[in-house]
Write a protein that binds this ligand. Structure first.
Ligand code: ATP
Ligand code: MG
Length: 471
């Protein structure tokens, strides 16, 4: 009787009468009331289930929630030990991949995984070879692709770093070449001086003029392109009126150095008229060399910070864990970063009763440094930095909160990506949070997340109280 029913299912329609008999003998019929659990995700997959009547639902567990993935009342729908015929291999899953429960009264035809496997292999040997080929072939190519992707990620990391290093390195070379030229020019002017063509007191007057101008240049406000070109025209005219040739190449230098017509008039008052052009050239050289030297300095700093970041990266695998009090690291990091926290109020909300945790202290300091650094930069010298610790179940929570402008929702997902930065070229490498993520998640089995709204951005790090069970 069950035999006749089986014959009506699409799955079994091509079977011979003997085969149907075999199925009827080895299988069984099971019934479940509404709400009844047929099998649960993660349990050993012992049965192959074919729906005869009723409505069922499949669900998977995603963290705390059961998410329904399918619901069907189709006769003949099958689930459970659907991979039972695959040969033994560590890659073959032998547990239920979802939970199944009855929505209405349900009837199933059930074969044990073992019978189902034997039946498939005996009756359809060639099909099994093909299925296995498909299954294992797919898995191997996935493994190869996964490996490739890892290599590609590593490669793009290296090339990102190279790219980042290339700019400041090239800038240094350029600036040094230009500097050499300017210094040669200054030497030449000095030669004229040695020839006695410039009087000593004239020279003194000149050096006295130059110093305040250099100081002023360092503080010169950034001009808009419009303002700059207006200013340049004014200076051009002024230089022309005084018969100073090639004013066109001095004017832009003066503009960048924050020099205006009043300032030039001031210089003209102080030096002898026949020395005006020479003096202005000298000032031009001084401004340029000063600018070039600070370019080189910036590039050097940038290279140094990239190298530090690279070092943080490469040290990650050397982790040796010890039992530490997170407060020690937080306090010393705050001390190290004092210079970046000018104007910012620092609030420490420490839960002193926290137990020690297994961690790599130097790495955690890097995390705190990166988070505090970001917070300080976001607040730009004004606001409150709150460093909070608390116990959160079987984890320690460390929260770095700032009152800066926050992270727009569309960027929140991206901040942990390597080289993602919203800071101007030369200020951020975009590696800070990526490194922190690796340290917390990969290195410590913890978790790092961010909540942000304007005036309240919180980076939360959760670290397990106990050593991870495996490896
Ligand atoms: N506290 C914060 N408030 C606002 N934006 C933040 C904050 N922390 C991070 N961000 C955003 O996330 C981006 C990435 O941060 P990350 O620390 O990875 O790189 P970075 O600070 O730009 O450069 P680096 O840290 O390498 O010098 C930042 O550019 C910034 O836009
Ligand atoms: Mg940063």
């Amino acid at each position: 009787m069950i035999r006749d029913e089986l014959k009506t299912l699409f799955l079994f329609e091509a079977l011979t009468d003997e085969q149907l008999d075999w199925l009827a003998r080895h299988g069984r019929v099971e019934e479940f009331p509404p709400g009844g659990t047929v099998f649960a995700e993660g349990e050993p997959a012992e049965g192959f289930y074919v729906l005869l009547s009723g409505t069922l639902a499949l669900s998977r567990r995603v963290q705390q929630d059961d998410v329904e993935t399918a619901r069907t009342d189709q006769r003949g729908a099958y689930m459970g030990a659907t991979q039972a015929y695959l040969r033994d291999d560590p890659g073959v899953v032998r547990t239920y991949q979802a939970s199944m429960r009855a929505i209405s009264d349900c009837t199933f035809f059930v074969l044990s995984a073992e019978d189902f496997g034997t039946m498939m292999r005996d009756w359809f040997p060639m099909a099994i070879h093909l299925l296995e080929g498909l299954f294992f072939g797919m898995r191997n190519s996935q493994a190869v692709i996964g490996e490739r992707q890892r290599l590609a990620a590593l490669g793009s990391l290296a090339s990102g770093l190279m790219h980042e290093l290339n700019n400041p390195a090239a800038a240094t070379v350029r600036a040094t070449a230009a500097l050499r030229e300017r210094v040669a020019g200054m030497r030449q002017k000095l030669g004229m001086l040695a020839d006695g063509r410039i009087q000593a007191e004239q020279l003194r007057a000149l050096t006295q003029v130059v110093e305040p101008i250099l100081e002023r240049a360092a503080k010169a406000p950034e001009l808009s392109p419009m303002q700059a070109s207006d200013r340049e025209d004014e200076l051009d005219d002024w230089l022309d009126e005084r018969g100073i040739t090639s004013g066109w190449d001095l004017a832009p230098i003066f503009v960048t150095g924050g020099i205006d017509v009043t300032c030039l008039a001031d210089v003209a008052d102080r030096v002898a008229p026949e020395l005006l052009e020479l003096s202005l050239r000298w000032i031009g050289y001084s401004l340029e060399t000063e600018q070039l030297m600070s370019d080189i300095e910036d590039a050097g700093n940038r290279i140094a910070s990239l190298v530090t970041a690279a070092k943080q990266y490469s040290h990650l695998d050397r982790a040796s864990h010890q039992w530490i009090d997170v407060h020690e690291g937080l306090k010393s990091t705050l001390v190290m970063l004092t210079h970046k926290l000018h104007g910012i109020e620092v609030v420490k909300e420490f839960d002193r009763s926290l137990p020690q945790i297994p961690a790599h202290p130097a790495e955690l300091n890097q995390v705190w440094t990166n988070l505090i650094d970001n917070a300080a930069q976001a607040m730009n010298g004004e606001g409150t930095l709150t460093v909070r610790t608390a116990r959160d179940g079987d984890r320690v929570l460390v929260e770095i909160a700032d009152t800066g402008p926050g992270i727009p929702p569309e960027l929140r997902q991206r901040v942990f990506e390597p080289f993602f930065t919203t800071k101007p070229v030369g200020e951020g490498t975009g590696l800070g949070l990526d490194i922190s993520y690796r340290i917390v998640v990969n290195g410590h089995g913890g978790d790092i997340s961010v909540r942000s709204q304007p005036g309240n951005t919180r980076f939360q790090v959760r670290l397990p109280l106990n050593e991870p069970a495996s490896n």
